[in-house]
Design a protein around this ligand. Structure first.
Ligand code: GDP
Ligand code: IMO
Ligand code: MG
Length: 434
C-alpha cells in the first residue's frame, strides 16, 4: 500500500492536525517530514483539545506508529516536554514514537540568533516563531549541524571537537554582530545539557528511512504529515517571507528517506478563506476591515504556537491552484467552511493584476520583495445559516455547494473532505481524491 502526503496549501494553519488525526484511523504509520516546533497542529475529540508541535497527529490512535523523519529539526527539550504533556493528558507515548537519528538538533545558539536577528531587522523582520528553525536549517545546509546520531555514537572526543569549533564561530558572530556584552555560549555546559537530553530521547531513536520503507514494503500505508504550508516553502513560497524547509510534497521524500515511487496521493489542506501569521505578502488580506475581523473572531484565528493574531482574508484560488501544481495534489480538504456561515457575499480571488495592469494567473515570483499585486475577485452568495457539524454533503445549503464546486473548478482537483467544525466528527468525507 502506498504513501499519502498531507500538505497545507496556503500559509499554514489550514487544519492539517484535524485531517491527519482523522485519516490516521485508516493508515498504519504517520510521519512528519520537515519543520520543527514552529508548527502548531490542533486535534479535538471527546471534548479534549491537544496542540502538537513536533509529534505527528497520529499519536492518539492505538496501534499506529508515529515517526519524526530526518528532515525535521528537533529541539530535544521541546520534544521531551511534548511527550510529558501528552502523557499527563493520558495519551500513551512509548515505542509508538520513533525519531530519526539523522534529524538535526536545534541548539541554544539557533534559538538565540533567530530572536536576535529578528530584533535587529526591526520593520523588515520575517515574523518568525523564534524557535531557531532558520538558523538550524542554515547550519544543516552549511554542514555545521549536530544530529542525534553523533550523541548516540559515544565518541565524546569527536563530538567535543566538532561542537568546540562550531562554537568558536558562533561566539564571534554573537559578540561582533549582535551584542558585544552577550554571555558566550559555553562548550561544557551545552555538551552536558545536550548529552542528558539526547540520552532521554535515545529509546525513540531509529533509522526512519529503514522503518518507513519496511512498513511500505510490508503493504502498510504511511501518511506523511506536512507542517506549515505551500507558500511558506523555502523554494516555492513568498520568499523571503517563508520558513526554511521544503513544505511541499517533495519534502516528504527527502525528509523521510522514501522514494517518490512510494507516494500515491497528495491531499491539500485548504481553509475556506485565507490566513497568515507573521510578515509577508497576502493579496486577499482584509486588513482593518470588518469582514477580516469577523473571520478572525469566528474562526478563532490565533496562532497555535505563538498566540499571535492571524491575518485573515478571502479565499485565493491563485494560491491554492499553485499549491495543487507544486505538490501534484490529487484532492483537497476544505476546512472551516462553517466560519463563513454569517456572510452575505463571499469573494474568491481568481487572478491578480500588477501595477502596470497586467493580469497574472499564477503568483509572480517577485511578490515577496516587490509587492504591488491586487486580486481580481468573483462574488458568490453566502448561505446565511449554520452548517456547523453537518456530516452529509447533501445537507449543505445550495450556496455552500456552489461555492465548493467553483473552488474545485478553479483549482482543478476534487474536494474529498469538507470540515464543518473543529472536532473529528464534524466532517463530511467524500472519498474523492483521497
Ligand atoms: P494546522 O497547523 O494546519 O494543523 O492548523 P491549526 O491547528 O494551527 O489551526 C486550525 C484551527 O482551526 C484549529 O484551532 C482547529 O481546531 C480549527 N478547525 C479545524 N477545522 C475546523 C473547522 O472545520 N471549523 C472550525 N470552526 N474550526 C476548525
Ligand atoms: P503550522 O504547521 C503558520 C511562519 C511564521 C513566519 C515564517 C517563518 O501550524 O501550519 P519560522 O519560525 O518557521 O522561521 O517562521 O513562517 N510559520 C507558520 N505560520 N503556521 C505554521 O505552522 C508556521 N510555521 C512557521 O509565522 O511568518
Ligand atoms: Mg498551525
Amino acid at each position: 500500500m502506498p504513501g499519502i502526503v498531507v500538505v497545507g496549501s496556503q500559509w499554514g494553519d489550514e487544519g492539517k492536525g484535524k485531517v491527519v488525526d482523522l485519516l490516521s484511523e485508516r493508515v498504519d504509520v504517520v510521519a512528519r517530514y520537515q519543520g520543527g516546533n514552529n508548527a502548531g497542529h490542533t486535534v479535538m475529540f471527546e471534548d479534549k483539545q491537544f496542540i502538537l508541535h513536533l509529534i505527528p497527529s497520529g499519536i492518539f490512535w492505538k496501534g499506529k506508529l508515529t515517526v519524526l523523519g530526518n528532515g525535521v529539526v528537533v529541539d530535544p527539550q521541546a520534544l521531551l516536554d511534548e511527550i510529558a504533556e501528552l502523557r499527563r493528558q493520558g495519551v500513551y507515548v512509548g515505542e509508538n514514537l520513533k525519531v530519526s537519528d539523522e534529524a538535526n538538533l536545534i541548539m541554544p545558539y539557533h534559538k538565540a540568533f533567530d530572536k536576535l536577528r529578528e530584533n535587529l531587522k526591526g520593520a523588515g523582520k520575517i515574523g518568525t516563531t523564534g524557535r531557531g528553525i532558520g538558523p538550524a536549517y542554515e547550519d544543516k545546509m552549511g554542514r555545521e549541524g549536530l544530529r542525534f546520531c553523533e550523541f548516540r555514537a559515544g565518541n565524546a572526543r569527536a563530538l567535543r571537537e566538532r561542537l568546540g569549533s562550531i562554537l568558536e564561530e558562533k561566539n564571534v558572530l554573537l559578540r561582533s554582530h549582535f551584542r558585544s556584552d552577550a554571555p558566550l555560549f559555553d562548550l561544557n555546559q551545552i555538551l552536558d545539557q545536550y548529552a542528558a537530553l539526547c540520552e532521554q530521547v535515545q529509546p525513540h531513536l531509529c533509522d526512519s528511512s529503514a522503518a518507513l520503507n519496511d512498513a511500505l514494503d510490508a503493504g502498510k500505508t504511511v501518511l506523511f504529515e506536512g507542517a506549515q504550508g505551500t507558500h511558506l516553502d523555502v523554494d516555492h513560497g513568498t520568499y523571503p517571507f517563508v520558513t526554511s524547509s521544503n513544505t511541499t510534497a517533495g519534502g516528504a521524500c527527502t525528509g523521510c528517506g522514501v522514494g517518490p515511487t512510494k507516494i500515491a496521493r497528495v491531499i491539500g489542506i485548504t481553509k475556506a478563506y485565507t490566513t497568515r501569521v507573521g510578515e509577508g505578502p497576502f493579496p486577499t488580506e482584509l486588513r482593518d476591515d470588518p469582514i477580516g475581523r469577523h473571520l478572525q473572531a469566528r474562526g478563532q484565528e490565533v496562532g497555535a504556537t505563538t498566540g499571535r493574531v492571524r491575518r485573515c482574508g478571502w479565499f485565493d484560488a491563485v494560491v491554492v491552484r499553485e499549491a495543487v501544481r507544486l505538490s501534484g495534489m490529487t484532492g483537497l480538504a476544505m476546512m472551516k467552511l462553517d466560519v463563513l456561515d454569517e456572510l452575505d457575499t463571499l469573494k474568491i480571488a481568481v487572478a491578480y493584476r500588477d501595477r502596470e495592469g497586467h493580469t497574472h494567473e499564477s503568483m509572480p515570483h517577485w511578490i515577496g520583495t516587490a509587492g504591488g499585486i491586487t486580486p481580481v475577485y468573483e462574488e458568490w452568495p453566502g448561505w446565511r445559516r449554520s452548517i456547523r457539524g453537518i456530516t452529509e454533503y447533501a445537507k449543505l445549503p445550495q450556496a455552500a455547494i456552489a461555492y465548493l464546486d467553483r473552488i474545485a473548478e478553479l483549482t482543478r482537483v476534487p474536494i474529498g473532505i469538507v470540515s464543518t467544525g473543529p472536532r473529528r466528527e464534524e466532517t463530511i468525507l467524500l472519498d474523492r481524491g483521497l
